[in-house]
Design a protein around this ligand. Structure first.
Ligand SMILES: Cc1ncc(COP(=O)(O)O)c(C=O)c1O
Length: 367
């Protein structure tokens, strides 16, 4: 028998498969439950804008044609809303694809990649496949530490990648600190800021994508999977200087974003009212999580996203199992020696009520 893993490229055989959250139907089937809620994948519980849904449905009807591979109208809509030059945009089938394209374009076994501890799991996966050295930088109280990232960079550092707000911790770096950090990274080191949860931030925020004019090594990734509610349609984009965009675009598969996804994304961008409703709903519920945790003496890591990470200071598996057996799917945070944190996606008020009730049952049974 041939050992096919010997034929695989780079570090692929060393890679552990990505563990997606369990689908609702699977939990219903396996545990014989009729009502199950999923608070595990940081999806938008309010759904997409009705205008986006209508635009996607209309685009399905002409989907015997290929989509516009250059996403002309989408880029025009972005330019109108944020002022980005269309030459600076790379389209992704979700921002995951953009991260994959960035690593394929720039990372190889002879360079190192600097990542904060507790990074979004896809970054170390991509670096492993590329067989690059990974330099992991400790967090400060679950916050990314820009100075520590700078200290880890050397002349061989091809890229530093961070999510802001971060996942799974949910913390956001102060915008001035982030700006200072990006300015200080040497030009030969690329900086990727992954802003999947950017719309949920409440602290002072500047549009980081506009910094590419002064920082040509900066790449900013955004997604429509979270606040815009298009996770199942798969749309993301990257803003970078035009030369980087032109390089990454060469690797991008033609027609990587479907016509219904593009149509929905344009309509979603233009429906500011829906976005506002989603973000306000999320942030109100985030406050409820903070109050719930405070009342019960639980440590909630300060969140700027659509999920909260709660450190129960005890083995998380029994709590996770209890929630699962009572119809609530959440996500335990594992890795880096951690086994005490649960990441809970913020649901609708009713979904959060259910989580609070089930968790209370568990906590009372323990006391
Ligand atoms: C930090 C971060 N980046 C990127 C993604 C990928 O999102 P998508 O590929 O749906 O755009 C996620 C998804 O959870 C995420 O948490």
């Amino acid at each position: 028998m041939i050992d096919y893993s010997k034929m695989a490229n780079g570090g692929l055989p060393r890679l552990k498969p990505y563990q997606a959250g369990k689908p609702i139907e699977e939990v219903q089937r396996e545990l014989g439950l009729s009502e199950v809620i999923k608070l595990a994948s940081n999806e938008n519980p309010y759904g997409m804008s009705p205008k986006a849904a209508a635009a996607a449905k209309k685009a399905v009807e002409s989907s015997h044609f290929y989509p516009d591979s250059n996403a002309y109208y989408f880029k025009q809509a972005l330019q109108r809303k944020f002022g980005y030059d269309p030459a600076c945009i790379t389209m992704g089938d979700g921002s995951n694809e953009l991260i994959n394209l960035i690593f394929q374009s720039f990372v190889n076994p002879s360079v190192n990649v600097v990542l904060p501890e507790l990074s979004f799991i896809v970054y170390p996966m991509e670096a492993t496949v590329a067989n690059a050295e990974i330099r992991t930088v400790p967090l400060k109280n679950y916050f990314v530490d820009p100075q520590a990232l700078l200290d880890a960079i050397d002349e061989n550092t091809r890229m530093v990648v961070l999510a802001n707000p971060s996942n799974p911790a949910g913390t956001a770096i102060n915008i001035q600190e982030l700006h200072d950090f990006v300015r200080k990274v040497p030009e030969q080191t690329l900086v990727v800021i992954d802003e999947a949860y950017n719309e949920y931030q409440t602290a002072d925020y500047e549009d980081t994508a506009l910094w590419i004019k002064e920082c040509p090594n900066l790449m900013v990734c955004r997604t429509f999977s979270k606040a815009y509610g298009l996770a199942g349609l798969r749309v993301g984009y990257m803003v970078s200087n035009p030369e980087i965009a032109s390089l990454v675009n060469r690797l991008r598969a033609p027609f990587n974003v479907s016509a219904p996804a593009l149509a929905a994304a344009i309509a979603a961008l233009n429906d500011e009212e829906h976005l506002k409703k989603v973000v306000e709903g999320n942030n109100r519920e985030r406050e409820r999580y903070a109050a719930y945790c405070k009342e019960r003496g639980l440590e909630m890591i300060p969140s700027s996203a659509n999920f909260v990470a709660v450190d129960f200071k005890t083995d998380i598996d029994p709590i996770n199992d209890y929630l699962l057996h009572h119809g609530v799917i959440v996500r335990p945070v594992k890795g880096y020696g951690l086994n005490t944190i649960l990441r809970i996606s913020i649901g609708t008020p009713e979904q959060n009520d259910k989580l609070f009730a089930v968790l209370d049952e568990y906590l009372h049974a323990q006391s």
